[in-house]
Design a protein around this ligand. Structure first.
Ligand code: C5P
Length: 296
């Protein structure tokens, strides 16, 4: 439908699912935050954030399949509102208008969620208001909002270290497909970090690139998500999901992302991932959220 001349223009930004292909916990800071070494990529699955500029006070509306889970949190504490305010607080006039978050990704699920939404807010508001905020300032605001927000701001394959704020170039990645599965149980990130009691891992040694998904997954098999054992202990459904993904035809690697509970399977192509995702949808008797498609 063509836009009416007096209709406010809206603008949309995708907040893609963040996937930790491996995640080593390498130490702990005195403030309790953990040092990480992780190769992060993004899947096609995404929340969609829309900003409709207007003179009304800033508001946030939650829609989409997982919008209701967050509805109670659509307050000033919501990361989206906080991100918008932090970005514009040095301006002469407070930010006004309507933000609409279509929540397509399960909440508290290890694939970015609130962090990806906050990062999308920074990109969107900066673009729509033509603020031209320098990248370093955007990254510093992102860091204030949460450990995973800087990586979600960049939203491309990256090596994440420190507590999430040190971002280094990733090896050259092959095209590949991914199946994401969430069992529907929200997992608390602090609880998973607290339950982790294994020795710290070292930083992974990675090649400059991989020629194929098979070569990449051969290397990834030797690495781990150090949060997977404590997450499986606290949420046994994760082990069931991992087994189901691993049994899918063509699955090269099955692993949990972040602090869970979402798990992923890597496939040669987006098409083989989609075929495996369809099969899993037919087979599974549980109320699992299943998404299949490309790694970006
Ligand atoms: O920074 P964010 O609010 O996303 O982190 C949530 C919680 O996860 C922290 O309060 C901390 O308990 C844990 N965490 C951690 N080390 C990190 C990231 C998160 O211990 N690098």
């Amino acid at each position: 439908m063509p836009q009416q001349p007096d209709e406010p223009v809206s603008h949309t930004e995708a907040a893609h699912a963040k996937i930790n292909l491996y995640l080593h916990v390498t130490g702990k800071r005195p403030d309790g935050y953990h040092l990480l070494d992780s190769l992060v990529v993004f899947a096609g699955a995404a929340d969609q954030l829309t900003y409709v500029p207007s003179a009304t006070p800033l508001s946030l509306e939650l829609t989409g399949p997982f919008g209701r889970k967050l509805a109670a949190e659509a307050t000033d504490d919501n990361l989206v509102i906080r991100a918008a305010r932090l970005l514009t607080e040095s301006g002469d006039t407070p930010l006004t208008g309507r933000l609409v978050l279509e929540k397509n990704l399960p909440v508290a699920s290890g694939i970015g969620g609130g962090s990806a939404d906050a990062a999308a807010t920074l990109r969107l508001v900066d673009r729509v208001l033509a603020l031209g905020t320098p990248e370093q300032r955007l990254l510093s605001i992102a860091e204030q909002l949460g450990a995973d927000v800087p990586v979600c701001l960049v939203q491309k394959p990256i090596l994440m270290r420190g507590i999430g704020e040190q971002l280094d170039p990733a090896p050259t990645l092959p095209a590949c497909g991914i199946v994401l599965v969430n069992c529907g149980e929200a997992v608390s990130t602090p609880a998973i970090f607290k339950a982790r009691n294994a020795a710290f891992s070292g930083d992974a040694i990675l090649p400059t690139g991989w020629p194929s998904a098979t070569a990449m997954t051969d290397d990834l098999q030797r690495l781990s998500n150090d949060l997977e054992p404590p997450a499986c202990a606290l949420c046994p459904s994760i082990s069931i999901v991992l087994d189901a993904i691993g049994a899918l035809p063509g699955c090269l690697l099955s692993r949990m992302s972040g602090s869970g509970a979402t798990c992923f399977g890597l496939f040669d192509t987006a098409e083989s991932a989609e075929a495996a995702g369809s099969l899993l949808r037919q087979e599974q008797q549980n109320d699992w959220w299943i998404w299949a498609g490309p790694v970006l």
